[in-house]
Design a protein around this ligand. Structure first.
Ligand SMILES: NC(=O)c1ccc[n+]([C@@H]2O[C@H](COP(=O)([O-])OP(=O)(O)OC[C@H]3O[C@@H](n4cnc5c(N)ncnc54)[C@H](O)[C@@H]3O)[C@@H](O)[C@H]2O)c1
Length: 408
């Protein structure tokens, strides 16, 4: 049985890793320690587990004492590289949450440390494992669209989920790289995986005109805001249990230690990430990607069209709004002889379109073959963030950015 430790007692690590390891994968994986700078959050975390695990305020001490086989990194994005590199330098493999990191310098440092150490970095791209997405990959591998020439990809976050990135640490580029890194890493990874290719040149526009200081009626945080009765973005941290997460226990009750305010105002002037983004990418083998991401849609989901020499695939999935109750999602295929075909897929239960559960089994049990290449390595982690990192540079400079220059 493999021994794991956690870097970061985040909401994600509790529900994605710690609880499933205890409840479902206890025969295959054992959590032997956790590290987080906030001791109150670790205490809360342990109260959520049936069997408390040792807590550490020093990451290196945890590695020395517990001698794990693998470190799971699920902290704020800006610190991922620190724990990945420290694990590799100690001769330990790392599993990291997306995004692998947030800028090109840290990305190069991770790749160099992995090469030096001979250990392995795995990036948890759960969307690849969602049955709907896996079916798209399967159809591409069957040759339905032939050689892919272009992809149009639209991702729209609604004002519940999307707004949440503007309430907390994600809202500063120095923490998350902005949504083109933090969120779009999932999406660029899917495109790279579908194309079996890597991005070459990126050009982007981005703006923030919905959140940020766009209205006068704003406060510091929802908890004591004088506009709580009238603001449609009011979010009650004392009562909110979102996706099974006790926000009061994990955040509010621990905030005096590190001043992490989980319910900060989405209209704060401190926000420096974009809420509306448009990106064009040329791939090494010539395919084009046209991508857009917004964080203020009335309902949430994504749409993608894949155009190839043999035909076209059209996909769409909804995460909120009228169509969220659909039991089936379609993939439509059009060939060049005027025929079309609809593949109907039952909606999968579980996190991220059913992807979370499947990914965990591949991580911890490792009993499934992987002919489609579902598991993602550091190269995939790097290529999926470099498009967003290049897009950030392009937004700042107004010029196209070559990915190769970021890898030097
Ligand atoms: N794959 C997915 O679909 C998915 C979904 C949600 C979150 N995530 C990822 O999981 C990670 C955690 O996100 P979250 O929203 O659950 O976070 P969170 O806000 O719940 O928790 C962040 C944690 O980081 C800790 N932290 C702060 N500074 C630190 C430091 N210097 N060193 C170590 N830890 C530090 C905080 O104390 C806190 O416990 C992020 O990287 C995020 O991108 C992935």
């Amino acid at each position: 049985m493999k021994k794991y430790v956690l870097a970061g007692c985040s909401g994600r690590s509790l529900y994605m890793f710690a609880k499933p390891m205890e409840e479902t994968f206890s025969k295959h994986a054992r959590l032997v320690g956790m590290f987080d700078p906030n001791y109150k959050r670790m205490e809360f975390y342990n109260r959520q587990l049936k069997k408390p695990i040792p807590v550490y305020d020093s990451f290196s001490k945890m590695l020395k004492e517990q001698k794990p086989d693998c470190v799971i990194v699920a902290t704020i994005d800006r610190y991922h590289h620190q724990y990945i590199i420290a694990a590799l330098n100690a001769g330990i493999d790392a599993i990291t949450e997306k995004p692998m990191t947030i800028d090109d310098k840290k990305c190069r440092a991770i790749l160099a440390a992995e090469k030096r150490s001979g250990r392995k970095v795995t990036v948890t791209f759960n969307y690849r494992h969602a049955p709907y997405v896996t079916k798209v990959k399967e159809l591409i591998l069957e040759g339905k669209v032939g050689k892919i020439l272009s992809i149009d990809f639209e991702w729209f976050l609604d004002t519940k989920h999307g707004a949440d990135y503007f309430r907390r640490w994600h809202r500063r580029k120095e923490n998350s790289g902005g949504l083109l890194v933090h969120k779009a890493t999932h999406h660029f990874d899917l495109v790279n995986w579908f194309l079996k290719d890597e991005p070459e040149t990126v050009f982007a526009f981005g703006s923030r005109r919905f959140y940020g200081p766009t209205r006068k009626e704003r406060g510091r945080r929802c908890l004591n805001c004088k506009y709580k009765k009238t603001c449609e973005f009011y979010w009650d941290i004392t009562r909110s249990v979102w996706g099974g997460l006790d926000n009061k226990g994990l955040y509010l009750d621990a905030e005096d230690v590190d001043k992490y305010y989980r319910d900060s105002c989405v209209f704060s002037p401190e926000i420096d990430i974009e809420d509306t983004m448009s990106v064009n990418v040329r791939y090494a083998e010539g395919a084009f990607l046209s991508y857009s991401l917004i964080a203020h849609a009335p309902y949430e989901g994504w749409k993608m069209s894949i155009n190839g020499t043999g035909g076209r695939l059209e996909t769409e999935e909804y995460h909120s709004g009228n169509r969220v109750s659909d039991n089936f999602y379609n993939i439509r295929y059009f060939d060049r002889q005027g025929n079309s075909m609809t593949y109907e897929l039952a909606k999968a239960a579980g996190g991220h379109g059913g992807g979370d559960e499947r990914l965990l089994r591949m991580l911890f049990v490792r009993d499934l073959p992987d002919p489609m290449g579902l598991m993602a390595d550091s190269r995939a982690g790097a290529m999926s963030i470099l498009t967003g990192i290049a897009a950030n540079k392009s937004i700042a400079s107004g010029r196209p950015v070559k990915i190769a220059r970021l890898m030097d």
